[in-house]
Design a binder for this molecule. Structure first.
Ligand code: EPU
Length: 470
């Protein structure tokens, strides 16, 4: 077996080490710790697993509940540590959170109160979620705080789109030693905002702020991911007036009052793509209950081009390796409706088994190929070009920091000891180990609980050969 492979962590904003520590803390609450799993690879994953609400919707829907004067009910809340982080934050602000069977959570916002930096910090760690509380808190309390998310990181980490938008609504942003204080001495007013990039988080920020701002907000260059559309659906249920116009324009007419909502969270597209890749890599056959075609079309096209098979059924999608050679592809990650950045890591593991050279351009985050080092230790042939590939034919314009990974396959993967660096990279290591020849030990499994619900139970249901030390 190989010595412990220490991979460079993914440095996309969500994945700094402070947040990882925090997620582990929250992970403990859902029964997971910094733990390890010993895998005997080479066995196809076959069976049925279910996905529930999307991490990247449920957490935002929980923040939206703060805007309602009456309680909200969110269904299909996944049992993952990121959700627990938001729950902790809501409780800090006086929201009564009640959890029921089948992921049905209620949020009673009758007694919303302000919180201190230290309390917020203790619950959020380096998470970016506190930023999204700004609009709702400014409306409810007239003030909001974003703690210093770990040393000087807040200055370096890009929340510029968020702060610029909040200023346009009339918020006063005061950077202090402890963090950022926001106030709205004259209330919040609708604004004309054009995002420099269709950022998911900044679009959510604008939506959560504009719905109760006075007057009309026009947001240009908005993100239009399905999770954003689901958030808009929730806000509409609450009483908001939002219209999605052509060309990434969203118009929001502010209203005086919003009520609570009842909503079933959109399924987790990232989890579906992850298990689909797992089926391909392990030459398995996985039925993912709860997956839907419409929101997965871009992924399904690529899956088919690589040589994966799928069957869309009423209550889910079956993914499998139909035999024969996998084919190489060229992919550019992009904002919706493009190929999501979160889908590339698990798919790259499958591409190590394709016959030929695949190219993956990462255009959303600055450094999301760190996980490939461990794959190379396992026998993959992945070369990362940190400056992208100049002159390579591209569908969308290059971004300044674009990187490209060249994956040459097929390569036999063998077992290794890997310390999981982050959520999506970690899942990729896991499925590489499941397909590899020999034994692997994957540690820091708890971090995968940030975004993958009941991962150990699911591996068991799919017939993986492993010993878990929790
Ligand atoms: N950006 C800025 N300034 C800002 C905000 C963003 O420069 O103020 C840049 C970012 O640095 C990045 C790009 O804009 O280069 C895109 O960031 P975006 O704001 O769209 O991403 P996000 O809202 O921070 C969400 C998901 C990510 C997912 C991206 C893209 C959540 C909690 N996170 O992040 O999910 O990759 O959208 O779809 O919703 C994951 O689930 O593992 C994950 C990382």
């Amino acid at each position: 077996m190989n010595p412990l492979v220490n991979v460079a962590p993914d440095t996309s904003p969500q994945h700094d080490s402070a947040r990882q520590k925090d997620s582990q803390k929250a992970g403990a609450r859902v029964g997971l710790t910094a733990d390890s799993i010993t895998i005997n690879g080479g066995k196809p994953l076959t069976g049925t697993i279910a996905v529930r609400g999307a991490k990247n919707l449920a957490t935002k829907a929980m923040v939206a509940a703060l805007l309602g004067e009456t309680p909200s009910l969110l269904k299909d809340v996944p049992d993952i540590s990121d959700v627990q982080v938001v729950r902790g934050l809501l409780e800090v602000y006086g929201v009564k959170v009640t959890t029921g069977a089948r992921g049905e959570w209620t949020f009673d916002t009758g007694k919303v109160e302000s919180a201190h930096f230290a309390e917020i910090d203790a619950h959020a760690g380096a998470s970016r979620i506190p930023i999204l509380f700004c609009g709702p808190l400014l409306h409810r309390l007239g003030e909001a705080r974003i703690p210093d998310l770990g040393g000087c990181r807040i200055g370096d980490r890009p929340i510029d789109f968020h702060l610029d938008a909040l200023r346009k609504f009339g918020a006063v942003v005061d950077k202090t030693y402890e963090g950022i204080n926001l106030t709205a001495p004259n209330g919040l007013k609708g604004a004309l905002i054009e995002l420099p990039y269709p950022s998911v988080g900044a679009t959510e920020q604008v939506l959560l702020t504009a719905v109760r701002a006075q007057g009309i907000t026009e947001l240009k260059n908005a993100a239009i991911e399905p999770e954003i559309m689901d958030l808009i659906a929730i806000l509409q249920k609450m009483g908001a007036i939002i219209s999605v116009e052509p060309n990434r324009v969203i118009l929001i007419e502010g209203v005086d009052r919003l009520e609570g909502y009842t909503h079933r969270a959109l399924f987790d597209r990232n989890e579906v793509a992850s298990w689909a890749s797992a089926a391909l890599v392990t030459k398995g056959d996985i039925f993912v209950q709860g997956a839907r075609q419409t929101e997965m079309m871009t992924f399904l096209n690529v899956y088919r081009k690589v040589g994966g098979a799928f069957d869309i059924q009423e209550d889910g999608i079956r993914f499998w390796h139909p035999g024969g050679d996998l084919k190489p592809v060229t992919i550019e990650t992009d904002v919706h409706p493009g190929f999501m950045t979160d889908w590339q890591q698990p798919l790259i593991v499958a591409l190590t088994q394709a016959h030929g050279v695949s190219v993956v351009h990462e255009t959303v985050y600055e450094n999301r190929f760190g996980f490939s080092e461990a794959l190379n230790e396992m026998g993959a042939d992945i070369v990362v070009h940190k400056e992208g590939l100049p002159g390579y034919p591209r569908r969308v314009a290059r971004r300044d920091f674009e990187q490209a990974a060249i994956i040459t396959g097929p390569t036999k993967l063998h077992g290794a000891n890997i310390y999981v660096p982050d959520l999506r990279g970690g899942f990729s290591h896991l499925i590489a180990a499941l397909s590899a020849e020999g034994q692997s030990v994957i540690s820091n499994m708890g971090i995968i609980s940030r975004g993958y619900e009941h991962i150990i139970d699911k591996l068991e249901a799919l017939g993986a050969d492993f010993v878990y030390e929790g």
